[in-house]
Design a protein around this ligand. Sequence first.
Ligand SMILES: [Zn+2]
Length: 303
Amino acid sequence: MNIILVSNRLSRAVTLGPRHLWLVAIFCGLALFGLLTVASWATYNLTRSLGISLPTLPGVPVTQQRQIDLLAVRLGQMQAQLVRLDGLTRRVADRTGIDAKPFQSNIAAPQGGAMSSLPERSLNLAQLQALVGGADGKIENAIDQYDLFDTILTQRKLNTFQAPANLPTAAGVRSSAYGWRIDPFDGRQTFHEGIDFVGDVGTAIFAAAGGKVLKAEYHNEYGNMVEIEHGNGIISRYAHASQLLVKVGEEVRTGQKLALLGSTGRSTGPHLHFEIRYKGVPQNPLYFLQLGAKPATVKLASD
Ligand SMILES: [Zn+2]
């Protein structure tokens, strides 16, 4: 048998006899053997590095099985991430006091290693699809849970921005009412823009409602003072403190301790001067403190 090789470049034909044919056959055999060796070695190393065994399932082409195995590895990593997400959800639920049970997934506790929740044998396509479906359900659970967190936390925030109706100190004894009075320093009639509570130095001063600290500073007249912004144009002011316990920008809850009662600034003795202002106009704080349960009924001075 003769084989004719045609070379375009040289424009001539070469005739190979039986002896040449043997050489070509041996060369091809060696090349094929080398190729198979390299392919087996690469597959062995790949499966070893991924930590999986790859027995071929009956009736499944090898290449398809390899793809399923690689997807299974990826799914195992995703399941490990879901376990972490589940742990995070439980921690957020604990810290916010929001019940996470309705949406708690049934993800197994972390066991270490991305493959922990997957079987050690190869999966078939149906099993892989079932596991993907399971992971999908768990992600939906997490989304529902975080939606619930969002709703409840937003509601809580709205609840904290209510009218300042909480008694600002337990000191209790009111020495000076809101309105016109004789100024204790110069004897002239002046308008007292808040109410005073007399108490011992160091008595706690509480936030009359939740809000954001607008001022926490020393003022020549108010002494050490805190101002809280409650939203809707309403602020509350706490003056003459001996010590301030909050910083500007801080968010505070209703009843949170803001400062300690004192006699700093323009003051004749230890007391808390408490003011409420609506769009800068002083309001009678008693309206808020007395009608605290129904802040919507408070009539504001600038109305
Ligand atoms: Zn006062």
